[in-house]
Design a protein around this ligand. Structure first.
Ligand code: SRM
Ligand code: SF4
Length: 546
């Protein structure tokens, strides 16, 4: 099936994967639980367990992190309660983080509890399989899919189908457990690119083809046999067929960051799962494995050229791809979904709750589950900004919903800097971190908000190291952890990124200042906010207003 090189030049990750597939540890969980983490084989403990979403944390040895899979960022209140019960048993060590991929990670996990935890997950349809290391990460979809009157496509079912294909319905699928590196997939269903399509290895963005338009590139076109098309009637033209333009190769890494590029292909929704499969088979079989710094799929596209890559996708698909639609439908500014919004279903609303830097504790999780049940339909959603959406709140329930005390902490109307704050895990739990992020990010935003007034949100993203999990390149102001020197001392610092644009015409920001000590950062941010984002000093605002 796979065609993995077997030379002695394999890096250590390829070697241990060749010796024993990561997924093999699934059968050994009872054994590990009995052994304890200290007696385990180190490669199983530090690496292979990540195939089950279980991460050894060198910063807190013996207290593991578990990364779930949340297709389209959706879970039920029952599932949330199970997650809450899991972290609750670890007292002060137990908490959870909503991630930048619409997902959740649990902390404090003890190895002896894994059999019980997996049983609990199974009972409520949760899975953490293939969520770390050389696997496909959580697949993101539109956070208001099925709720938004303006959506073009409800992404929920497709995202679930891709996850089911990749993971054998959450049980684990050895067909896709030995990729050269991680792989990210996103599907946008609305007009605002809520998923940051451009920073994924493979992304699908809404685009219409004119009915009857062939968009041929010649050979093989006759093989194209679209599934029953999703037809839209448009005021200004006859009929259009809905589908997606395909983007490939977006990624961030310490070595290189790239926005995804168009594959110059358009696919009907019915073909999306097959295209994902084809691209992943190519990546698995032909992706570069010698150097892990050069293994993401964009490096293969560079080596082959886009045309060869596209031809290979067609060959694996067994049919030609249509050329991309002339334009995609991403023509809105990105929404953050914080606040109260009408749904397309009459009389129903969704509430976007701001969760500061995505951090939740067991009591919060129980409370959110309760809110979703009492006021909504029991459904909870996550956004890539690490926040929560509770859908299906009836008009008649809104007034009482708004009196719930937890909304004081998880606000539907937070201050304008707080509102758009995103932060990766940082030094509290992540051994790659060069700086502390989440607590520092919150303190800095509070300090800035006490000095400045804003007329619109400014998106500040913190990331603890160049791996860029906190996506500083998509932010208005991105802060990337680094070490810097001042007065002969090594200090925690940041490189500052600016110019990131999301939604319509998304593009990546770039580094504008390097190595600012965190202790000197506040006045610099203040200055950037005043000069570039219209912030005003509170004193000044008072004088002008008086
Ligand atoms: Fe990430 C590795 C956390 C989104 C790029 N990332 C890690 C590890 C697993 C490192 C480790 O073992 O400690 C971090 C776990 C820390 C912890 O204890 O929480 C970690 N990444 C995260 C999360 C939790 C950040 C967050 O606070 O939200 C996000 C989890 C997403 C999920 O649910 O799966 C997370 N990571 C991202 C993103 C953003 C995205 O996907 O939109 C990126 C950049 C996009 C990309 O991958 O192209 C990202 N993470 C990385 C990289 C660099 C990858 C590379 O090709 O070099 C690493 C390092 C690696 O894989 O070797 C990394
Ligand atoms: Fe850890 Fe660096 Fe990712 Fe932050 S960006 S979670 S510090 S790997």
């Amino acid at each position: 099936m796979t065609d993995i090189p077997t030379t002695t030049s394999l890096n250590k990750f390829e070697k241990f994967k060749a010796e024993k597939d990561g997924l093999a540890v699934k059968a050994e969980i009872e054994k590990f639980a009995a052994l304890g983490w200290e007696a385990m084989d180190e490669t199983d403990r530090d690496h292979r367990l990540k195939w089950l979403g279980v991460f050894f944390r060198p910063v807190t040895p013996g207290k593991f992190m578990m990364r779930l899979r949340m297709p389209n960022g959706i879970l039920t209140s029952t599932q949330m309660r199970v997650l809450a019960q899991v972290v609750q048993r670890y007292g002060d060590d137990g908490n959870a983080d909503i991630t930048t991929r619409q997902n959740i990670q649990l902390r404090g996990i003890r190895i002896g509890d894994l059999p019980d935890i997996f049983n609990r997950f199974d009972a409520v349809g949760l899975t953490s399989v293939q969520s770390g290391m050389d696997n496909v990460r959580n697949i993101t979809g539109d956070p208001v899919a099925g709720l938004d009157a303006d959506e073009l496509y409800d992404t929920r079912e497709l995202v679930q189908q891709i996850q089911d294909m990749l993971t054998n319905k959450g049980q684990g699928n050895p067909e896709f457990t030995n990729l050269p590196r991680k792989f990210n997939i996103a599907i946008a269903g609305g007009r605002d690119n809520s998923v940051h399509a451009e920073i994924n290895d493979l992304a699908f963005v809404p685009a219409f083809k004119e009915a009857g338009e062939q968009g041929s590139r010649g050979a093989g076109e006759e093989n194209f046999s679209p599934a029953p098309p999703l037809l839209y009637s448009c005021a200004h033209s006859d009929q259009k067929i809905f589908g997606f333009n395909v983007l490939v190769g977006g990624f961030f890494s310490a070595k290189r960051c790239e926005a995804a590029i168009p594959l110059n292909a358009w696919v009907a929704p019915e073909d999306v799962v097959a295209v994902c499969r084809a691209v992943l088979q190519i990546y698995r079989d032909r992706g570069l494995r010698a150097n892990r710094q050069k293994s993401r799929i964009m490096w293969l596209i560079d080596e082959w050229g886009l045309e060869k890559f596209r031809t290979e996708v067609e060959s694996r698909l067994g049919k030609s791809l249509l050329l991309a639609a002339a334009k995609d439908e991403i023509d809105w500014e990105k929404r953050d979904h914080i606040g109260l919004y009408k749904q397309k279903q009459p009389g129903l609303n969704y509430a976007g709750l701001h969760i500061p830097v995505g951090r939740l504790y067991a009591d919060d999780m129980f409370e959110i589950a309760r809110l979703a049940e009492v006021y909504g339909s029991g459904e909870i959603r996550f956004t890539v900004e690490q926040n929560i959406v509770i859908p299906n709140i009836a008009d008649s329930q809104l007034a009482i919903f708004l009196t719930e005390p937890i909304l004081e902490r998880f606000s539907i109307n937070p201050d304008l800097l707080t509102r758009s704050l995103v932060s990766c895990t940082g030094a509290q739990f992540c051994n790659f971190a060069l700086i502390e992020t989440k607590n520092r990010a919150l303190a800095m935003i509070k300090a800035l908000e006490s000095e400045l007034t804003f007329s619109h949100p400014v998106r500040i993203h913190w990331t603890g190291c160049p791996n860029s999990c906190g996506q500083p390149q998509v932010a208005d102001i991105g802060l990337m952890g680094t070490k810097t020197r001042k007065n002969g001392k090594t200090l925690e610092g940041v490189d500052i990124y600016m110019g990131g644009k999301v939604g319509k015409d998304a593009h990546l920001g770039t580094c504008i200042i390097k190595g600012i000590p965190c202790e000197d950062l506040q006045p610099i941010l203040q200055d950037l906010l005043i000069k570039n984002f219209g912030a005003k000093l509170k004193q000044e605002a008072l004088v002008v207003g008086s």
